[in-house]
Design a protein. Structure first.
Length: 358
């Protein structure tokens, strides 16, 4: 009798799951049809993949479609890897979140040196003037025009005066995390890429993820495409750019499955202690719920309440969106190589469908 009851329960749960996935597929199909979505969608519960869909074209010149062999540019998802490396140092007591830049990077020449803390950098609240993104012309000079040696880049673009009191105002930028990358290098006495491999990628067996240099030939890597005048079909290749300049703020590539490994390592405390993750995931309400490498806040889907941890990345046509429902151990990963689909909107529709709140 007990075995029969258990079988009925399992069949019921399987039918529910099947219904959820069918609704998710309807949303994804709609995004493909109406917004020309190209890329991948992954959904996992407790690290087990329940849905993985590749669709569209990764390389339009050679007509190569997306598949398990594709490597995706993940842009600012790189910042979460940087945040984890900082929190490992925090856990080892090799870094104090409330010590200033000058303690770990004495050569830094900006006004922020003795006024801005590691915590301020992690929460984009350094108060620095962001010269590198201050105008379209400066963005082009900083990121597109040439390859800058790291120290030159920091001295030229990230060493300006303070325009806000540190810790008081959220102002998203790459520079705060580039400075964090330099601090990581200084403490370890190794390159950021080497530390990344030794402390995260190899231990987690993320064999399809790495730091990208402009000259690297990566088999299966996707190409980014922008769209003209909000068209979903009129696409073009964005201008030339140098990945090296994005460094610890945006220079990585990965796959949906590898990102799931990283996701589970963070949220199930495989790479950081529970108390360290608690510090990392504490959203600061006065700074727009930003945490370290994520934004974390309560969210409601219909009658379902949850704790939302999110991270986006975007650049030159590429888009990445990673959501973890902290209280449910549910992971949603969206990766794309066009601007035709708003992944922030798409993810909400997919999550609502999966939760039965469509």
């Amino acid at each position: 009798m007990t075995r029969a009851i258990n079988l009925v329960i399992l069949l019921f749960l399987a039918n529910c799951a099947s219904g959820q996935i069918k609704k998710v597929q309807e949303v994804v199909d709609s995004c493909v049809k109406q917004r020309n979505f190209n890329g991948a969608v992954l959904i996992a519960r407790s690290g087990k993949i329940e849905y993985l869909k590749y669709t569209g074209i990764a390389d339009r010149v050679n007509d190569i479609r997306y598949s398990e062999n594709t490597r995706f540019h993940i842009w600012s998802l790189t910042k979460t890897f940087t945040a984890v490396l900082i929190m490992q140092l925090y856990e080892q007591k090799r870094i104090n979140l409330d010590s200033t830049i000058s303690v770990y990077y004495p050569e830094y020449k900006g006004e922020a040196a003795r006024k801005v803390t590691i915590r301020n950098l992690l929460t984009y609240s350094s108060g620095r003037f962001h010269r590198d993104i201050s105008s379209p012309e400066m963005i082009h000079e900083a990121y597109d025009k040439t390859i800058w040696p790291l120290d030159t880049f920091i001295n030229k673009f990230l060493s300006e005066k303070l325009i806000d009191t540190p810790g008081t105002k959220f102002n998203y930028n790459n520079g705060d995390f580039i400075i964090l990358g330099k601090i990581i290098e200084n403490i370890y006495g190794k390159s950021y890429q080497q530390v990344l491999k030794e402390k995260i990628l190899l231990p987690l067996k993320m064999f399809h993820t790495d730091y990208l240099h402009h000259e690297d030939i990566i088999k299966g890597i996707d190409h980014g495409y922008s769209n003209r005048d909000s068209s979903v079909t009129d696409l073009y290749m964005p201008t030339n750019y140098y990945m090296d300049n994005f460094y610890s703020a945006g220079a990585m590539y990965s796959t949906p499955q590898d990102l799931l490994l990283f996701d589970q390592a963070i949220f199930n405390h495989k790479i950081l202690k529970p108390e360290t993750v608690d510090v990392m995931l504490k959203g600061d309400e006065k700074l727009g719920d930003v945490a370290f490498g994520f934004w974390v806040y309560p969210k409601k889907f219909g009658n379902v309440n949850t704790i939302f941890a999110e991270r986006q990345g975007a650049g030159y046509g590429h888009n990445a969106n990673w959501v973890h429902l902290v209280d449910k151990d549910l992971t949603f990963i969206f990766l794309s190589n066009t601007n035709t689909t708003d992944l922030n909107k798409m993810r909400l529709k997919v999550i609502a469908a999966y939760l039965g709140q469509k």
